[in-house]
Design a protein around this ligand. Structure first.
Ligand code: RIB
Ligand code: CA
Length: 311
């Protein structure tokens, strides 16, 4: 099977970083055309620097990194330094990027790459959907050139920023609504599945036991990232959100879900950013997303560990 062409849109972020490492460790399955960055966990300048640091750590300097949107479409930017640290990559002391950003805006790259590629391209999104939404608005013709959008975002039962909203959707709910209403096939990995992959001490130790600089960095990133979740969720580790996107692309059989209609709430108020999944078909609206809610967690971590060991 030829490698699947993908664009990774991301706001690194420790969990984004591990996802990018796993993707770059899998060139036989995933042709990463580029990494595009967006403001989210930390401001754009930092997400763009962090993406290049991770690219260097993976030993893949040829993968271009394009900077995208520095703020959501309408809402003010909300970042998450209290989770990710002031750099967005706290937990690993990585050297400065060896190469600059690629020339041009991420939104323009996404449009041009989708128009030019001989086959439909998969968008693997791990942050607010601002870049993807603006690309779809700027060039509606690209909707037919997207194989699918495999995202980390949303939540059916319970948010992590408000009682109902997940961070990536909450930061830019208007962008998320554009994407969910675009007609492009969507695979949504929300908190319902990401909270079923918990980085327990045993799983973290297995990654650290790989004994390579990449594994040491990944373990350090995850240990830092998990520190708040331990007391917050009372689980033996933190949920590992963004790597679900890449694991799904590599091994979809590890996951299961249901095709349902998902609407995004953009009204100001307590439900802002909620992804309303019509789980029982009460609206009669046609499904627009595969909402993933089940995962083989042991298989997930075995895959991550095996791929990280390749770098
Ligand atoms: O809610 C989790 C998501 O928000 C993840 O993508 C994490 O990196 C943050 O961006
Ligand atoms: Ca992210």
């Amino acid at each position: 099977m030829p490698a699947r062409p993908i664009i990774i849109d991301t706001d690194p972020g420790q969990d984004d970083a591990v996802a990018i490492l796993v993707a770059l460790a899998s060139p036989a399955e995933l042709e990463v055309l580029a990494v595009t960055t967006v403001a989210g966990n930390v401001p754009l300048a930092l997400t763009s620097e962090n993406a290049r640091k991770i690219r260097d750590l993976a030993g893949r300097p040829e993968v271009p990194v394009y900077a995208g949107c520095p703020r959501p479409i309408l809402r003010p930017l909300r970042t998450a330094e209290k989770v990710h640290g002031p750099t967005g990559l706290d937990g690993a002391d990585l050297p400065p990027p060896r190469a600059p950003l690629a020339e041009g805006h991420a939104v323009d790259f996404i449009v041009e790459a989708l128009r030019a590629h001989p086959e439909p391209v998969t968008l693997a999104t791990m942050g607010p959907l601002t870049n993807v939404a603006l690309a779809l608005i700027k060039a509606p013709d690209i909707a037919g050139r997207v194989r699918e959008i495999v995202m980390m975002g949303g939540a059916v039962r319970g948010g992590n920023v408000t009682p109902v909203a997940e961070f990536n959707v909450y930061v830019d709910p208007h962008a998320a609504r554009v994407v969910f209403e675009s007609g492009v096939p969507i695979v949504m990995h929300g908190l319902d599945v990401t909270h079923k992959v918990i980085t327990t001490p045993e799983r973290l130790a297995a990654i650290r036991a790989i004994g390579t600089p990449v594994a040491e960095a990944a373990a350090g990133l995850l240990a830092f990232y998990d520190r708040r979740d331990l007391e917050r969720y009372g689980a033996p580790g933190g949920p590992l959100h963004d790597p679900c996107v890449i694991a799904y692309l590599l091994a979809p059989g590890l996951f299961a879900g249901r095709r349902v209609h998902v609407a995004v709430v953009t009204d100001e108020g307590p439900a802002l950013g909620q992804t309303v999944a019509d789980w029982w078909g009460t609206t009669g609206r046609a499904p627009n997303a595969l909402v993933v809610d089940r995962v083989d967690a042991d298989g997930f971590y075995a895959l991550l560990t095996e791929r990280l060991a390749r770098l």
